[in-house]
Design a protein around this ligand. Structure first.
Ligand code: G1P
Length: 305
């Protein structure tokens, strides 16, 4: 029997089948994943988080109309020739690097029946007892010293290769947007909790805690057994949260509050926050950008940026 659970975690599942309705009408013609933060598509940061954590197989769960995502991670020979002739080495390196980042695979989700259904599509690619990661593209997580997903992989290794969900504390008025955990803190490890249950998008009166997941998971392949059993849940969809809730009754499952910045790029305001933050951290843009902000927002204190 394969005992892949002892192996290093290598696979990142990134579901990208969503319609991106919050970014309509742009998403009528371009997938929301390739909407850029300045010049870099959002999906690149999610893939980089996985790669920097040590994952080298990226599996997109995709749907119709998402070819631009696969194209972004492919070579573009015509453009390469053009930049080569121009002698533009920097840009040439830039566009080649995106094609060499990792091994990218694509699995199609023919019907959009929810996140649980999307994850169930990769069952054939995961060995028995193998651990794998899931990263949702709506949030950008910029880890402090280690990528967000890497912090969860470390916790999985620390706690006997258990499954782990990334969580963050959210205001009670926002719990209805997330999968929320019920758990007890692990003694001596303040940021880690043993999960006893999980609820998808609870009303604030029913939320078991304020610890919500922004969509980062390390899962054991046993999750597929539970994904097969769950009925449709919140929003009439097959929810990964419901499968986790069931699995946590029978197998050790942890939640970990990772360290770092998080941008809710699934929402226009979170997206703008990311653009502003990234621009302020970009050495070439920073000074000019601050001048623009000062012009637009003549507020006290803006000069302190
Ligand atoms: C999904 C998950 C939810 C999670 C959220 C994070 O919901 O089902 O548990 O908290 O992503 O963004 P969605 O936002 O796709 O409705």
């Amino acid at each position: 029997m394969p005992v892949s659970n002892t192996k290093k975690i290598r696979k990142a599942i990134i579901p990208i089948a969503g319609k991106g309705t919050r970014f309509l009408p742009a998403t009528k013609v371009i997938p929301k994943e390739v909407i850029p933060i300045i010049n870099i598509p959002m999906i690149y940061y999610v893939v980089m988080e996985a790669v920097e954590a040590g994952l080298d197989q990226i599996i997109f769960v995709t749907s119709k109309g998402k070819n631009a995502v696969a194209d972004f991670f492919d070579r573009h020979l015509e453009l390469e020739t053009f930049l080569e002739k121009k002698g533009d080495k920097n840009r040439l390196e830039l566009i080649r690097a995106t094609a060499e980042i990792a091994r990218i695979m694509t699995v199609t989700q023919k019907e959009q029946l929810g996140l649980g259904h999307a994850i169930a599509q990769v069952e054939e690619l995961i060995e028995e007892n193998e651990r794998f990661c899931v990263l949702l593209g709506d949030d950008l997580i910029i880890g402090k010293n280690r990528p967000g997903i890497g912090q969860l992989m470390d916790i999985s290794d620390k706690y006997d290769r258990s499954s782990v969900i990334g969580v963050m504390e959210v205001p009670i008025d926002e719990v209805h947007k997330y999968g929320v955990i019920k758990g007890t803190p692990v003694s001596g490890d303040a940021r880690t909790h043993k999960i006893t249950g999980m609820v998808e998008k609870p009303k604030k009166e029913e939320a078991p805690s304020r610890l919500a997941t922004p969509g980062r998971y390390v899962l054991n392949s046993k999750i597929f057994d539970y994904l097969k059993k769950i009925p449709r849940g919140a929003g009439g969809e097959y929810q990964l949260t419901d499968a986790i809730n069931e699995m946590a009754q029978q197998h050790p499952f942890y939640a970990h509050q990772f360290e770092g910045d998080r941008f809710d790029t699934g929402q226009p305001v979170g997206y703008l926050e990311a653009v502003v933050d990234f621009a302020l951290k970009d050495h070439e843009l920073r000074e000019d950008f601050i001048k623009v902000l000062q012009k637009r927002l003549p507020l006290n204190g803006i000069h302190k940026l």
